[in-house]
Design a binder for this molecule. Structure first.
Ligand code: TYD
Length: 133
């Protein structure tokens, strides 16, 4: 399987007892400090999200509920990753193009981001993204 530059899946520590699971993200669980949290929900199954890379923002993408697929592209190769476990996080460094689709019914896509929202640090044109490599 091809690897995409520094994109990886981490297991989020969880605690289980007869009342269910509790997953915890602490300072050392992910490689950056969280400045923003946002989430996608009520996403139509034929919807396509993402379609951008970031100059500054690092993020972790988590399928908090349901499932979806993330296409990741480091400018050299691409890979499709299915996320369907609420205790797994997809670590996304800067300069990774991502497209998210195949949302299941009830899917919730949680994003932990290292920056505040700043449209200026988005790369939304795939040609511009690709031309950097
Ligand atoms: P967009 O980047 O298209 O979402 P996605 O990557 O999930 O496809 O963002 C949709 C809109 O929401 C766009 O107008 C920018 C706005 N937005 C904010 O205002 N704040 C945020 O933190 C984010 C992520 C998006």
């Amino acid at each position: 399987m091809n690897t995409i530059n520094n994109v990886s899946i981490i297991d989020i520590p969880k605690v289980h007892d007869e009342r269910g699971f509790l997953a915890v993200i602490e300072k050392n669980t992910i490689p950056f400090a969280i400045k923003r949290v946002y989430y996608l929900y009520d996403v139509p199954s034929d919807s396509y999200r993402g379609g951008h890379a970031h100059k500054e923002q690092q993020s972790v993408i988590i399928a908090l509920s349901g499932s979806f697929e993330v296409l990741v592209d480091d400018g050299k190769s691409t890979k499709r990753i299915m996320l369907n476990k609420p205790n797994q996080g997809l670590i996304m460094p800067t300069q990774i193009w991502r497209e998210i689709d195949n949302f299941s019914s009830g899917a919730v896509c949680l994003v932990l981001a290292s920056t505040e929202y700043n449209e200026a640090e988005y790369i939304r044109d795939y040609k511009i993204f690709k031309n950097q490599f």
